[in-house]
Ligand binder design. Structure first.
Ligand SMILES: Nc1nc2c(ncn2[C@@H]2O[C@H](COP(=O)(O)OP(=O)(O)OP(=O)(O)O)[C@@H](O)[C@H]2O)c(=O)[nH]1
Ligand SMILES: [Mg+2]
Ligand SMILES: [Zn+2]
Length: 377
């Protein structure tokens, strides 16, 4: 493809210097440099989306931080929100001086993404963060931790392509830290469970440790869990807004409103997200399988390969519940998530079919018009 004239004629100093200053610290690597190369030939610069909220994006490029807009062609060709830039994305940006704001022309193929089902959106999904290496699942220890929600978040995390780590916060408010940690560990399988008191900056080294090598991690978890407090603790300043959450009227409120990528001193970046009340599944069962590997392992010994662990004879999973080796709540949780996932998958299929039908109708009309105009109808 030949770049348009104005882009060809741009002085070569406008083409991205290599490696782009400052981008390596936030994760720019060989992979991104290779994926970016064809865009560099067009005179665009590589950038990372560091903040996104309802369609607006702030990017960090070698030119600094700027609010950017999605180029018309990219928006037009996007089939849904998955094709549009989101926090953590690496993008190709036009920063020509005659532009009012930088224009995002392309989103580089993602290495990973944590996606949640979002029943309020027509598309049904929302990307919480892209190109992440680690998902920190943050929960207050004192409440006590909501095991069922952690299982759901583990499923979404395994689905993302990044490795989950559970972070229990507010250790200072718990009378029995070890009991809470063990309860969570019992459902976490191989996943690490860390304990912190972010207000006193205790246990935060375990977080930075996992960011070495310019890695990217996202913080997810309920509102008030202390996600932003962890970031502030690591920065040593009150950068992110935090707020006491009052249980009585705290429903549906969150302090953090935009998803934001923050550079951590000593290396790596953390993406802060608003605590969400509903974290829907996306219709895939792979994440659930990973999060419930213990049950899936037991299921291999069930008499029937398609055992639902409900009424079938010779069910090894039910036997494990009866003998006390498997908590019944965990089995119920597993079945609930699978069912939810199947419902979402069916809806997604129906949506895809409707879209296909709509396309065919439009195409059919176009063919009819064409025949009419050319007198062949
Ligand atoms: N005692 C104690 N309080 C904490 C700790 N971590 C966070 N908090 C407090 O918990 C409240 C909520 O913390 P935030 O960091 O705003 O929670 P969040 O997860 O970012 O919440 P959203 O942005 O709404 O999703 C604040 O008042 C914090 O000061 C901790 O380790 N110990
Ligand atoms: Mg917050
Ligand atoms: Zn079974």
């Amino acid at each position: 493809m030949t770049p348009p004239e104005d882009e060809q004629s741009r002085p070569s100093s406008e083409v991205a210097e290599s490696p782009p200053a400052g981008l390596e610290e936030i994760g720019y690597s060989q992979r991104w440099s290779e994926l970016f190369a064809p865009h560099g030939a067009l005179g665009h610069v590589p950038a990372r989306v560091i903040r996104s909220n309802r369609g607006s994006a702030v990017v960090l490029s070698p030119r600094g931080v700027a609010r950017a807009k999605v180029a018309g062609a990219l928006r037009k060709h996007a089939l849904g929100p998955l094709d549009l830039p989101t926090v953590g994305d690496w993008v190709a940006v036009d920063v020509a001086p005659d532009l009012e704001v930088p224009l995002i022309h392309a989103v580089l193929p993602r290495a990973s993404a944590i996606v949640r089902g979002d029943p309020n959106k027509t598309s049904g999904v929302q990307i919480m963060a892209a190109n992440i290496d680690v998902v920190f699942i943050v929960h207050p220890i004192a409440d006590p931790p909501n095991l069922r929600r952690i299982e759901r978040e583990l499923s979404l995390s395994w689905e993302s392509g990044a490795a989950p780590v559970i972070v229990l916060t507010k250790a200072d408010l718990s009378s029995d830290v070890e009991a809470a940690r063990q309860a969570v560990a019992s459902i976490a399988l191989e996943t690490d469970v860390l304990v912190t008191n972010a207000r006193a900056a205790v246990g935060l080294g375990q977080i930075t440790e996992r960011l070495t090598g310019h890695r990217t991690a996202v913080l997810i978890g309920p509102s008030g869990a202390g996600k932003s407090t962890i970031i502030n603790g690591l920065l040593g300043e009150q950068r992110q807004a935090t707020r006491e959450v009052r249980v009585a009227d705290g429903r549906g409120r969150h302090t953090t409103v935009a998803r934001e990528l923050v550079q951590i001193p000593g290396g790596g970046v953390l993406i802060d997200t608003p605590g969400l009340r509903s974290l829907g599944l996306t219709g895939s069962e792979e994440g659930i399988s990973a999060a419930f590997a213990d049950i899936e392992e037991l299921a291999r010994s069930c008499r029937f390969a398609d055992c639902t662990h409900d009424h079938e004879p010779g069910c090894a999973v039910k036997a494990a519940v009866e003998s006390g080796r498997l908590a019944v709540d965990r089995l119920v949780s597993y079945r609930k998530l699978l069912l939810e996932s199947q419902v979402v998958a069916a809806k997604t299929d129906a949506r895809a079919r409707a879209q296909e039908a709509r396309k065919e109708k439009i195409l059919g009309k176009a063919i009819k018009n064409y025949k009419k105009q050319s007198g062949r109808g």
